[in-house]
Design a protein around this ligand. Structure first.
Ligand code: SF4
Ligand code: SF4
Length: 131
């Protein structure tokens, strides 16, 4: 019995030397994810119009619309708002990406979301756009 175990370990060692380990050296080397991986949400602030559709479609209540000023539409003056995302609670479902008709949102391959301070996962990129 012991001889069989040693034999199996030896053959595994030979295979590892020949083909390399099956594990990856992450975090010492970058890890790759599959093409369709749904990772960290990102926004292109230049494409966002502040319509608020993503906020209404998010099932996890991740998105808050924040007023950044006023804007005029014809004679009317309305609030100019942009989305803020609490990525700590985002489940990467992709609903907001599908519903944003301006193509402002995407799910990236980013997966390093473990943080000491969860407030650091609040994404406010869209607030910096000055029109
Ligand atoms: S990200 Fe898209 S859906 Fe959300 S407010 Fe901006 S334009 Fe609208
Ligand atoms: S990916 Fe899903 S959970 Fe995350 S913000 Fe978009 S709709 Fe909400």
């Amino acid at each position: 019995m012991a001889g069989r175990r040693v034999g199996k370990a030896l053959s595994e060692m030979v295979r590892t030397v020949r083909e390399g380990p099956v594990t990856v050296r992450y975090p010492f080397e970058p890890a790759s994810v599959s093409e369709r991986f749904r990772g960290k949400l990102d926004i292109d602030p230049a494409k966002c119009t502040g319509c608020g559709v993503c906020r209404n479609s998010c099932p996890a209540g991740v998105i808050e619309m924040v007023t950044i000023g006023k804007r005029k539409i014809g004679d009317r003056e309305i609030e100019n708002r942009r989305p803020v995302f609490d990525l700590y609670t985002c489940i990467s479902c992709g609903q907001c990406v599908d519903d944003c008709r301006f193509g402002a949102l995407e799910l990236t391959g980013g997966f390093e979301l473990a943080v000491f301070d969860k407030k650091s996962l609040v994404m406010k990129k869209a607030l910096k756009v000055v029109e």
